[in-house]
Design a protein around this ligand. Sequence first.
Ligand SMILES: [Zn+2]
Ligand SMILES: [Zn+2]
Length: 241
Amino acid sequence: MKLSEVFCRMVFTRQCLICSEPISYDKDLPFCHDCEDAWEKFLEIKCPKCGFTAENCACLPENIRKLTKRGAAWCVFYDGGGNNAVNNFVFKFKREYRRDLVDFMSSLIAKNVKALAQRHGIDLKEYVITYAPRRVHTKRREGFDHVRKLALSLSKNLGLAVERCFVNKGILAQKTLNKKERLENARSSYSLRADANVEGKKYLLLDDIITTGATMLASGELLFGAGASDVIPISYAKNIK
Ligand SMILES: [Zn+2]
Ligand SMILES: [Zn+2]
């Protein structure tokens, strides 16, 4: 154990990522016993279309099929509304910046991205990470951009660079809109940064929760429109409600 780690253990307690109860440093998963049970059950949820769990489900929303036929990677399924441990976890991820939570999520995403790459014979070393930033209003309110934090953590996990390609001038929250409005809103919200240089590059494009895939489509279209040669959509959760 590194000296810095010994020091951290003396000064800080380790907290469950879902309910913030103190937990032992010896536990493999960063959850208390109750939340670990809830988490394990959550990972067993099957996709209503293909019957696979989130790790292996490759069902793409129609919007994302316009970007790629090959597949996308996400980490957990999410049903958006219920008051259960993992919905709360996904919610907390947006609301509270905790490095251990971000790193845990990014390690799960990295695992699924590597599996996707292996299935399709993709060399991840050819890729850079970019992400759909959250709205300025929300970033100010919450004090951080959870998608950017996740992109930076994923960069360490996968050993790939991160590029800031987009500006988000959106006013409306996607969750308040229907499917058609979401795409219109995403297309009018996102644009490429003036200094973005995407010509010929391959991207892992990170978004937070995939519902209709509108943000992913709008931002992916911008990358392809500026000459990117490939886009792999990735997210931390897919809404299956
Ligand atoms: Zn807990
Ligand atoms: Zn599926």
